[in-house]
Design a protein around this ligand. Structure first.
Ligand SMILES: NC(=O)c1ccc[n+]([C@@H]2O[C@H](COP(=O)([O-])OP(=O)(O)OC[C@H]3O[C@@H](n4cnc5c(N)ncnc54)[C@H](OP(=O)(O)O)[C@@H]3O)[C@@H](O)[C@H]2O)c1
Length: 259
């Protein structure tokens, strides 16, 4: 069993990350995951193991270099060199820009963008991904990484940064055959999506149901995407069939994204 590829998925206890961990586990990867809440990590590992998948994980915070180093060390000790990295951990947040305080701005950039640099660098330096055969990096960005999101300047800025990082690193690693791509979900029904609707309902002084209707009306397919639909593209990008796709930012968004 030692030749099964090893995947590290950040933020895999909920929503898209959880679906990605399950997808990669089902396609034969050994999956190591992290998130900040230890109890959730333990529960997720137990749940996925019950489904017959080879999964383990530790608590870790992708905003913190020392924590990132210990997650990567634990992954390599447990399963060996990492072949697939999925940078998924992220947070929502925003507001009227003139009212955004420093802490919120920096936390969104740290969680969504600086984390992608920290984890990727660590996996390239010490996780075995540099030059790995079949090596893959998939960054979960957003359609907000290509288009501006109303009342979401820090979020949009962070995700545009992820798309830029992806394109540059894709070119840098291309000679080694390691591919680097961003997956850009639109609206996906997850706990984060619920929090986002709550935030807009408060800002617009309306109900979450009204916000949902407004959002769905913008999506050509008329509905949110599912985490499984996002995970499907991640699984494809991680597969041998996707070896010539690199430095791209691909939407899974029901037609919401325009480029
Ligand atoms: N849902 C959408 O509509 C949507 C659309 C476009 C893009 N995205 C992106 O997709 C990704 C996943 O979103 P989601 O909707 O699945 O969110 P979610 O349900 O809130 O899950 C977020 C996951 O990330 C973990 N996490 C958060 N901060 C972390 C940190 N500092 N260190 C380590 N883990 C952390 C969370 O666990 P802990 O809280 O325990 O750490 C959780 O496992 C994010 O990058 C998000 O920006 C989502």
């Amino acid at each position: 069993m030692t030749d099964r590829p090893v995947a590290l998925v950040t933020g895999a206890t909920s929503g898209i990350g959880l679906a990605v961990a399950r997808q990669l586990g089902r396609s034969g990867h050994r999956v190591f995951l992290c998130a900040r809440t230890e109890q959730d990590v333990k529960q997720t590992v137990a749940d996925l193991a019950d489904e017959g998948l080879e999964v383990d994980g530790v608590a870790g915070d992708v905003r913190d270099g020392a924590s990132v180093a210990s997650v990567v060390r634990a992954a390599v000790e447990r399963y060996g060199p990492i072949t697939v990295l999925v940078n998924n951990a992220g947070r929502s947040g925003g507001g009227v820009t003139a009212e955004i305080d420093d802490d919120l701005w920096y936390d969104i950039i740290d969680t969504n963008l600086n984390s992608v640099f920290l984890v990727t660098r660590e996996v390239l330096r010490n996780g075995g991904l540099a030059g790995a055969e079949g090596g893959r990096i998939v960054n979960i960005a957003s359609t907000a990484g290509k288009q501006g999101v109303l009342l979401g300047a820090p979020y949009s800025a962070s995700k545009h940064g992820v798309v830029g990082f992806t394109k540059a690193l894709g070119r840098e690693l291309a000679p080694s055959g390691v591919t680097v791509n961003a997956v850009c979900p639109g609206y996906v029904e997850t706990p984060m999506a619920e929090r986002v609707r709550k935030g807009y309902a408060a800002a617009w002084q309306t109900t979450e149901e009204y916000v949902l209707e407004q959002f769905e009306a913008k999506i050509p397919l008329g509905r949110y995407s599912t985490s499984e639909e996002v995970a499907g593209l991640v699984g494809y990008l991680a597969s041998p069939a996707a070896a010539s796709i690199t430095a791209q930012a691909l939407n899974v968004c029901g037609g919401l994204g325009t480029f």
